[in-house]
Design a protein around this ligand. Structure first.
Ligand SMILES: O=C(O)[C@H](O)[C@@H](O)[C@H](O)[C@H](O)COP(=O)(O)O
Length: 230
């Protein structure tokens, strides 16, 4: 049965090798997706981990004009805010050759993410199933903005959940708009990228727990490839 062999974890000698090798792998998968489809949809995380991967990936020689990039989740702040995932993606991924990609932004200036959930959900729905999802993970085993302490987590994990959901994780300074569980599990290819000892222990704990309500990243571990460097 899928998942019997446990989580597929790839270790890299250092973070630089992780960034270069994972960027090459993602470029290959994007090219593969574009051989069988007119466009490829690619969801990428925010946070502090992915920038080196984006810096390597943005130069990849592929038909970026046929790639539709979106965040896995967005902090509800203006796009020029240092905490904005859209800002991170525009600054590090949507440059060089990848500047030609189409970006599906989640933040639309509405005061609250609920107001953007429907129009953004329609844009995301048009891209399903996602071709490739790159996820990060927090030490609390959250992924995207699916947080264990979030009162709306069950709603976000429901198989009938809408494509995106507004969430208010108590542990976070701002509300978020996040891709939901069925969107992540429905993707053709899922990669999780983590660095450091603490997250290595956390993802092994998530595999042991197995319950996405307690360890949201567990939602994807049966089918994802986890990429890790110290
Ligand atoms: O908006 C976000 O923060 C991300 O999408 C989130 O899911 C991130 O991947 C983890 O919080 C890890 O963040 P770091 O890479 O900063 O540890």
């Amino acid at each position: 049965m899928e998942g019997d062999q446990g989580m597929k974890l790839v270790e890299y000698p250092d973070r630089e090798m992780l960034a270069i090798d994972l960027a090459n792998l993602l470029a290959g998968e994007l090219n593969q997706a574009l051989m069988t489809g007119e466009t490829a949809s690619f969801a990428v995380p925010g946070g502090t981990t992915p920038a080196p991967i984006f810096d390597a990936l943005c130069a990849a020689d592929l038909p970026w004009e046929r790639v539709h990039v979106m965040p896995t989740d967005e902090r509800w702040v203006p796009e020029d805010d240092a905490r904005s995932n859209a800002r991170l993606i525009r600054d590090h991924l949507l440059v060089e050759r990848a500047a030609r990609a189409e970006f599906i932004s989640f933040f639309d200036g509405s005061p609250r993410p609920e107001e953007a959930a429907e129009p953004v959900g329609r844009k995301v729905a048009a891209e399903l199933p996602l071709s490739i999802v790159l996820l990060g993970m927090g030490q609390d085993m959250h992924t995207a903005s699916l947080f264990p302490d979030d009162p709306r987590l069950a709603e976000a994990l429901d198989p009938d959940a809408p494509p995106v959901l507004a969430v208010y994780p108590p542990s976070q300074p701002e509300p978020r708009l996040t891709l939901t569980g069925p969107v992540l599990t429905g993707a053709m290819s899922v990669h999780v990228v983590i660095t450091g000892e603490a997250k290595r222990r956390a993802i092994e704990e998530a595999e042991r727990i197995g319950d996405p309500m307690r360890a949201p990243v567990a939602l994807v571990l049966d089918d994802a490839t986890v990429h890790w460097a110290e």
